[in-house]
Design a protein around this ligand. Structure first.
Ligand SMILES: [Zn+2]
Length: 78
């Protein structure tokens, strides 16, 4: 969850709520438009969240589930 109200109009960089490894790990690009709408996008994990002030609540756009490469199946166990 991104607290869009905490940021001024413009572009910001902040830590991603989904994949952040710490407060200095700022992979989330946040843009606040002049009308107060905001959009955040993480360039690492593709987390996306948008905010429309007229709706009164942030809309979270769930990122599409990624198909993970199948791990090699270990046959048998030692
Ligand atoms: Zn992320």
């Amino acid at each position: 969850m991104v607290n869009f109200d905490a940021y001024d109009i413009g572009s910001h960089r902040l830590s991603c709520p989904a994949c952040s490894r710490g407060p200095r790990d700022k992979t989330l690009g946040l843009t606040i438009e002049a009308d107060g709408a905001g959009v955040a996008h993480c360039f690492r994990c593709a987390f996306t969240e948008s905010y429309r002030p007229e709706r009164g609540a942030p809309l979270t756009t769930p990122s599409k589930p990624r198909i993970k490469a199948a791990a090699p199946t270990a046959k048998g166990s030692d």
